[in-house]
Design a protein around this ligand. Structure first.
Ligand code: NDP
Ligand code: GDR
Length: 331
């Protein structure tokens, strides 16, 4: 039974990747950082019904000694580095923490692998945010980078460290340049989930509007369940490499709102307000990826349309709010 170590196991992708690897017969070990609310650590894993099937180890991306100890104890065959301060908006409020966790944290993990277990295969969660201001139609592995946020700058450091460790030490280190991917397990601060949650609350009479920032930016949105499959496929290749993972379709935030409100038979316009507080100091206007290399070499393809994914998210948010209301009335 191969062993996979996942950092960021409590996040959206960590949950879906755990589910995938368990189904493939892996022993799955997740790095978790200590928090004061340990009881909510497993919310996403619980949602998928797998919280008792994974093992947890304590550590932190900022603490190299903990990563070395974990590498010695767990002896993973595959290491998936998903941990990050992953919210672009927050990276202007906490730029140095973002650099420390998202950038240097990846460096720490690469060092731990190199020192203890250099034969392990390594996956780095790189991001389309690294393209930033470069607005090539269909951004690919050849597109240059121009990061537009402290988050993207940190991801760029982690990305090049992964490439560098592959070239310097011959490590099997691959980097997935993933475009936005969403699901019912997406954090509530990201725009898709913020909108689907608002649609659910408006539909149930619990809210009367949602405040957003830039409605004209466009994103290439896919489903997290599809994207974790690409991560796994990268580590099954004989040679490590970097791959863009995307759908090849881009949609504005405005059209996302249109699609989400239509799930409950509403027009979005009366319910969506623009609030300057949600505008970013520097915006990434357009993201549109070209997944051809992943399709050709990994045999990967996205399977979920944006409409189906948003509808799944709206339904899940309606179910969550309905269940919470029932719980309150029973008390
Ligand atoms: P989430 O924000 O949902 O999850 C981030 C994870 O990182 C959480 O498990 C969090 O733990 C953990 N973490 C944060 N800080 C630390 C730390 N100091 N030490 C250990 N763990 C830490 O992200 P996603 O699942 O959406 O994304 C996974 C990865 O992929 C991230 O690196 C993200 O930047 C990247 N990415 C995501 C894309 C997307 O569209 N989702 C696209 C491209 C890249 P805790 O629960 O304790 O907060
Ligand atoms: P992003 O995702 O920054 O692309 O990063 P997010 O959903 O936060 O923003 C997408 C776009 O929507 C615009 N927007 C708003 N965004 C938020 N969060 N809240 C709002 O109210 C709002 N109004 C408009 C943003 O300006 C932006 O243009 C995600 C993260 O998962 C990263 O970790 C990952 O690397 C990238 O995707 C690829």
């Amino acid at each position: 039974m191969p062993t996979a170590l996942i950092t960021g196991i409590t996040g959206q992708d960590g949950a879906y990747l755990s589910d995938l690897l368990l189904k493939k017969g892996y022993r799955v070990v997740g790095l978790v950082r200590r928090t004061a609310s340990a009881d909510v650590i497993c919310a996403r894993l619980k949602w998928l019904g797998i919280e008792d099937k994974v093992e947890f180890v304590d550590g932190n991306m900022t603490d190299l000694s903990s990563l070395i100890r974990i590498m010695q104890d767990v002896k993973p065959d595959e290491v998936y580095n998903l941990a990050a301060q992953s919210f672009v908006g927050a990276s202007w409020q906490q730029p140095l923490l973002t650099g420390t966790v998202t950038g240097l944290g990846a460096g720490n993990l690469l060092e731990a692998v190199r020192i203890v277990n250099p034969g392990a295969r390594f996956y780095q969660a790189s991001s389309s945010e690294m393209f930033g201001k470069i607005q090539e139609a269909h951004q690919s592995e050849q597109t240059p980078f121009y990061p537009r946020s402290p988050y993207a700058v940190a991801k760029l450091y982690a990305h090049w460290m992964t490439v560098n460790y592959r070239e310097s030490f011959g490590m099997h280190a691959s980097s997935g340049i993933l475009f936005n991917h969403e699901s019912p397990l997406r954090g509530i601060e990201f725009v898709t989930r913020k909108v689907t949650d608002a649609v659910a609350r408006i539909h149930l009479g619990l809210a009367d509007h949602v405040s957003l920032g830039n409605l004209e930016a466009t994103r290439d949105w896919g489903h997290a369940r599809d994207y974790v499959e690409a991560m796994w496929l990268m580590l099954q290749q004989e040679t490590p490499d970097d791959y863009v993972v995307a759908t090849g379709r881009t949609t504005s935030i405005r059209d996302l709102c249109r699609i989400a409100f239509s799930c409950v038979g509403l027009d979005y316009e009366p319910y969506v307000r623009v609030d300057q507080a949600f505008m970013r100091p520097a915006e990434v206007d357009v993201l549109l990826g070209n997944p051809k290399k992943a399709e050709d070499k990994l045999g990967w393809k996205p399977t979920t349309s944006l409409e189906d994914m948003i509808s799944e998210m709206v339904e899940a948010d309606i179910a969550r709010h309905t269940a919470a209301a029932h719980k309150l009335t029973r008390k």
